[in-house]
Design a protein around this ligand. Structure first.
Ligand SMILES: *Cc1c(COP(=O)(O)O)cnc(C)c1O
Length: 591
């Protein structure tokens, strides 16, 4: 294997880009509202999309027989600017599909609100240096034959109102399913990454009527078992608002005559069409994205057998090039077989520290370039970058400015933040504004920078370049979290509330540190840990710090890895398809 193996693969765009080469062997279709393919392709908003992108990269490395389906999102999600006053300014974030993808000739129609809406896919072949290219289909309704209103359905990720969202989900689920068939795919498993694509299961269901003489009044007229055999569902959030619900009035209006609504009510909830419930009822394999999250989801939706496949990140995508080089000296196989990273606790201290300082240097350059701030290489950087939303509590570290100043006086530190607030999330926008005020209040003593427009590219630099990766969600809201995994494999130490994936990875003083306990964490708990454990070790016990970096690289890098995750999906969800309820001690799904 060449050194290239462990670098992010260059996207392969062949001039002969057609779907033909993939048809014969593809068996699994993965549907996601967002997929982060590369920074220039604005088809993602945050963790869900980045996970889907790492899923596709790992699938390509492992040559899994998969096709990926998402929306083209021509106007992107959100380009974030920050104004003079420290407020988020929302801008469209357009990209040109023709610059990166190839339009296919196939076209299918769905009927939405009584009108035909035509859908054409773009093909983005996602290459791997060590495996097989997997096709990604980006669904597009911007076609001249469509009504002007319908041409914009695939424009803005998570934009518009509930009507717009439902139209997008019809295009993704029903349109995507029909397109795969029109293209000639023979799919055995449909993997719904979050509930947005659950209408695909409904469209499958319409094809399996039960013999009417076997249907008692009030029973389902369709054969759910057939559909469950084919469907896999991964749920991603315990947040109520994260589960799309639509009024049956809206559904009836947009899908008139498509399916009897009393049948849908039995599967998706009697008052509202709940996409999560629909997916739960129509899937034979259901999982959460961390052990804790599966438990929490089981309590939210009793009666379903919800397994856990803990998320992972694509190591070659997230390892800083300086670390990739150090890793390569030890083993060239880490990009393909993350197990070899277990032994990376044996890496030489000086090489690990040098690689880290190099990654940190890149972050200093980025901060200097975008926020004209000069950070210091020998002062620890606390990093906090994530989607801005109330439950992630980005303001927690600013709870007591006097305490923060006192800690800084004893043990200087720097802080780098980044993250977008959804355009409609007013409280999160307020957080961005108030955090900017506090950054100003603490300057110039405490050096802090907020980097606008958090995306794949900024994430790579910020996460690998920090010394400590801070995470302060309100448990149990963080289903998994993945940025801490990216940090760990770069020897960046996690300081995190015990929630999501961190419950599985945390060993106190070894892989990182906890804040508070399983029930929750206060600002005081964060300050105490910073002042008594984290910062003193950075300044007074560098050998122990580097030892911890190596523990994090080996334990987190080898396990919280997208290859491990995809091997589990392949073995447990795609191949071993004994329906969950047959092997479960739980009651069968409740209908
Ligand atoms: C990894 C990543 C996320 C998800 O991070 P969390 O820890 O789950 O909050 C979001 N956005 C970008 C750009 C990322 O790279």
């Amino acid at each position: 294997m060449s050194e290239q193996v462990n670098r992010p693969a260059a996207p392969y765009i062949g001039s002969e880009a057609t779907i033909g080469p993939y048809l014969g062997h593809t068996r699994v279709a993965y549907f996601s509202m967002e997929i982060a393919l590369r920074a220039e392709i604005h088809t993602y908003s945050g963790g869900l999309g980045v996970l889907a992108g790492d899923t596709a990269r790992a699938a390509a490395d492992l040559s899994l027989p998969m096709v990926f389906v998402t929306l083209v999102s021509r106007q992107g999600y959100l380009q974030q600017a920050i104004d003079e006053d420290g407020r988020q300014v929302d801008r469209a974030d357009p990209w040109k599909p023709a610059d990166y993808a190839t339009p296919l000739r196939a076209k299918v129609a769905v009927i939405i609100g009584g009108r035909e809406v035509w859908i054409r896919p773009w093909l983005y072949p996602l290459g791997s240096a060590i495996g097989r290219t997997v096709p990604v289909l980006l669904l597009d309704t911007a076609l001249p034959e469509n009504h002007a209103d319908d041409q914009t359905i695939t424009d803005t990720l998570y934009g518009g109102d509930m009507t717009y969202r439902f139209k997008q989900e019809v295009v993704l689920g029903i349109g995507g399913l029909r397109l795969l068939q029109a293209l000639g795919f023979h799919i055995d498993r449909y993997h719904m990454n979050e509930g947005h694509a659950a209408l695909l299961a409904l469209d499958l269901l319409r094809r399996y009527p039960r013999p009417l003489d076997q249907v008692a009044p009030g029973e389902l007229k369709l054969d759910v078992a057939e559909v469950r055999q084919a469907c896999v569902f991964t749920t991603h959030t315990p947040i109520e608002a994260g589960h799309d619900t639509f009024s049956y009035e809206l559904v009836g209006h947009l899908l008139q005559g498509y399916i009897e609504l009393d049948q849908v009510r039995q599967l998706a909830g009697s008052d509202q069409l709940n996409m999560t419930r629909l997916a739960l009822n129509l899937s034979g394999y259901i999982n959460g994205v961390a052990v804790r999250h599966a438990e929490v989801t089981t309590r939210m939706f009793p009666g379903y057998d919800i397994r856990a496949i803990t998320n992972g990140v694509h190591a070659p995508q997230w390892a800083h090039p300086a670390f990739a080089e150090v890793f390569n000296r030890h083993s060239l196989k880490w990009g393909y077989s993350p197990e070899v990273m277990q032994r990376f606790d044996q890496l030489p201290d000086d090489l690990v520290w040098q690689a880290h300082q190099q990654a940190k240097g890149h972050l200093l350059e980025l901060v200097q370039r975008v926020s004209r701030q000069k950070l210091a290489l020998d002062v620890p950087i606390l990093g906090f970058a994530r989607r801005f939303t109330a439950y992630k509590r980005p303001e927690l570290i600013f709870s007591d400015l006097a305490r923060l100043q006192a800690i800084h006086a004893r043990y200087p530190f720097q802080l780098v933040l980044a993250g977008k607030a959804h355009p409609n999330d007013q409280p999160a926008k307020e957080l961005i504004h108030s955090i900017h005020s506090m950054i100003r209040a603490l300057a110039p003593e405490i050096r802090m920078a907020f980097l606008p427009n958090y995306d794949l590219s900024i994430a790579r630099t910020v996460i690998a370049g920090a010394d400590v990766w801070v995470n302060t969600p309100e448990p149990p809201m963080e289903a998994s979290g993945t940025s801490g995994m990216k940090a760990g494999l770069n020897g960046v130490l996690n300081l995190s509330v015990l929630d999501g994936w961190w419950i599985e990875a945390h060993i106190e003083g070894v892989t990182g540190w906890s804040i508070g306990n399983h029930a929750g964490a206060s600002a005081d708990a964060l300050y105490d840990k910073l002042e008594r454990a984290v910062l003193p070790m950075y300044y007074q016990d560098r050998p122990r710090w580097i030892w911890m970096m190596k523990q994090a690289i080996s334990k987190i890098g080898s396990t919280f890895n997208a290859h491990r995750m995809m091997r589990r999906y392949a073995a447990e969800a795609y191949i071993a398809r004994r329906p969950s309820w047959e092997v479960s001690t739980h009651a069968p799904p409740p209908f």
